[in-house]
Design a protein around this ligand. Structure first.
Ligand code: ATP
Ligand code: MG
Ligand code: MG
Ligand code: MG
Length: 568
């Protein structure tokens, strides 16, 4: 008896493939995942995973789970519906602004749908771990996350509801944190390799946070929303969420290091907040401040829209003028530097000419169309201004700093992100354990995310061809797609071979649909993208089938015996 769970008959599968692209779809993954019946749009940025899509999603989750378990991660499941208070404690109730889905319960208490779970994991460990002996701990979950993205687009690439693997490490020492981070980095490499994704690891923030404190895993793809610098010959890759910004001073030199400006009129967080009528802890977006004709760009985390005009009035209009991030993007020549949120507390900086930076070259900065480092500045974290010296300077074709080959500037999808958080959340929630010396020791944390549903779309982007999806075996919804191309004889043979492959442990999809032409079945098989296609057709009566590789198109006629032996 065939392993029924492994053999899926298409006559019994809920699937409706489409010939035409959905009208609103721009990216290949969006078009193909919808057309092949893997996902169905429910509402903007919110998707239903249909039977085959759910299998792919599960396969990605399984790989992630196995590699997380392998580094000692313990799987948990936290609620998605969360009370406001912990997010108030961390400041993110405000900081997240419009990105947060907020709701009230029947008693009027505020809740949110979790966009990421640092707060709740910190509280969980505070409750469960009391001694240094209980650490280190790595906890993870694979869960649905909610973010009210401004531009949900590209299908499941950017959802408002999406699946994420998020993990969190808890250590008592900096060395411990570095090790937990390294473990994750290795696990992520294994995961993305196993999934069959082409990826690069890049430092997530230019300069501001430095080195290995935060890295992103990027999957090169034209549909990606991130821009990065990539060496075609070696593993050099740099920076993310970046646009290349030309910065040039009047004298033609480019900007380099920063200098603190002596500007008494520089706004303080209090003066900004007072005038805006928002609490001092509020977060602002897309502000650039011009002082005495010099732009000092102010990158502030969060999404709160503010009345920029008002601000100008208040802050001595003769010397301070506000412009928006759009001005920044369109007029990069204006840029004279920027300050992070700490800078708002009374400091402004300006870049100085850096002799190492050739005039007219581009800086890859953390700026993007939505703001200036708005996403990357980790709130509450002090950074050394000197670190801006690390900014990478490139234009396409510039020599790679490692091997000299001409660099490319490419688009990519952010599929993973790893962070050494340090003690930010531990401080906010006073997460201590009893130290070895008998005194309380403050815990240090890391947080690590993988976009599980996004990875499905990223794979579709990277692996599809003009005929349809083309899954790597590890994530494919089946190993073999058997097509019954003909009448009763062909169907009988297709089911027989399907059963035998199922018995051999393969996952099989058998297209036994009656009244569907062979041509339509072939087209669907290409569209669905299962790695091996077996056709029971013309020579079915002789017990001969055609075995075809979906990717290469190579085909071969084999007897059933040979085919089963070959494929199992
Ligand atoms: P992005 O820059 O694309 O908005 P992010 O930096 O905001 O992503 P993180 O907070 O780092 O995302 O979340 C961890 C991972 O979750 C990301 O690396 C990405 O793979 C995934 N992810 C984030 N937002 C979405 C989304 N809206 N839809 C699908 N996956 C997402
Ligand atoms: Mg985001
Ligand atoms: Mg990002
Ligand atoms: Mg990120």
């Amino acid at each position: 008896m065939a392993n029924a769970a492994q053999v899926q008959r298409m006559s019994r599968l809920m699937i409706k493939t489409l010939r035409d692209d959905p009208a609103d779809a721009e990216t290949a993954s969006h078009k193909l995942l919808v057309r092949a019946g893997y996902v169905r749009r429910s509402s903007a940025g919110i998707w239903t995973w249909l039977p085959l899509g759910k299998k792919v999603l599960e396969n990605v989750s399984r790989v992630v789970r196995e590699e997380m378990d392998a580094i000692g991660g313990q799987e948990v499941l936290l609620p998605a519906l969360l009370p406001k208070e912990p997010y108030e404690t961390s400041g993110r109730w405000e900081e997240y602004g419009d990105l947060l889905f907020r709701l009230k319960d029947r008693k009027g208490a505020d809740y949110l749908l979790g966009p990421t779970h640092e707060e709740i994991f910190t509280l969980t460990v505070k409750d469960q771990c009391t001694s240094y002996k209980d650490l280190p701990v790595i906890l993870y979950q694979i869960q649905i996350k909610y973010r009210d993205e401004a531009r949900p687009r590209s299908g499941v690439l950017r959802g408002r509801e999406f699946h994420m693997k998020d993990s969190y490490s808890f250590d008592t020492t900096d060395e411990g944190l570095a090790q937990s981070y390294a473990l994750h980095r290795e696990a992520y490499e294994k995961i993305f390799r196993r999934l069959g994704l082409d990826y690069r690891i890049v430092s997530a923030v230019s300069g501001a946070m430095g080195g290995s404190a935060s890295e992103e895993f990027l999957a090169p793809a034209s549909a990606g929303e991130d821009t990065f610098v990539d060496c075609p010959s070696c593993d050099y890759a740099a920076n993310t969420e970046a646009v290349t910004v030309k910065v040039e001073q009047a004298d033609g030199s480019a900007h380099g290091p920063v200098e603190e400006l002596d500007t008494p009129d520089t706004p303080t967080i209090e003066s900004l907040a007072e005038f805006l009528g928002v609490p001092a802890s509020a977060t602002l977006k897309n502000l650039l401040v011009k002082v005495d004709g010099e732009i000092v760009a102010v990158g502030v985390p969060g999404n709160r829209e503010v009345d920029l005009g008002k601000l100008g009035e208040h802050l001595a209009p003769a010397t301070v003028e506000l412009v928006t991030a759009e001005d920044f993007v369109d007029r990069p020549d204006l840029v004279r530097g920027y300050v992070g949120p700490q800078g708002l507390a009374g400091k402004a900086f300006r870049y100085l000419a850096d002799p190492r930076v050739a005039p007219g070259t581009a800086w890859v900065t953390g700026a993007n169309k939505e703001g200036v480092h708005a996403k990357n500045v980790v709130c509450g974290r002090d950074f050394e201004v000197d670190e801006y010296l690390d900014v990478v300077v490139v234009e396409p074709g510039d020599p790679c700093p490692k091997c000299g080959t001409g660099l490319k500037i490419d688009r990519a999808i952010e599929i993973g992100h790893i962070f050494q958080l340090g003690r930010k959340y531990a401080d906010a929630f006073e997460l201590d354990v009893l130290g070895q010396n008998g005194k309380p020791a403050r815990v240090t944390m890391g947080s690590y995310g993988i976009g599980v549903s996004r990875a499905v779309a990223a794979l579709a982007e990277q692996t599809h061809d003009d005929k349809g999806l083309c899954w790597p075996r590890e994530v494919a919804p089946a190993d073999v797609h058997v097509v019954a191309a003909g009448k009763a004889k062909q169907t009988e043979l297709a089911l027989e071979i399907g059963d035998r492959l199922g018995d051999a442990g393969l996952r099989v999809l058998v297209d036994d649909r009656a009244g569907v032409s062979p041509g339509v079945k072939f087209t669907d098989a290409e569209l669905l993208g299962v790695p091996t296609i077996v056709v029971a057709g013309r020579r079915a009566a002789e017990g001969v089938v055609e075995v075809k590789d979906r990717r290469t198109g190579e085909r071969e006629e084999l007897t059933v015996e040979e085919a089963v032996a070959r494929l199992s």
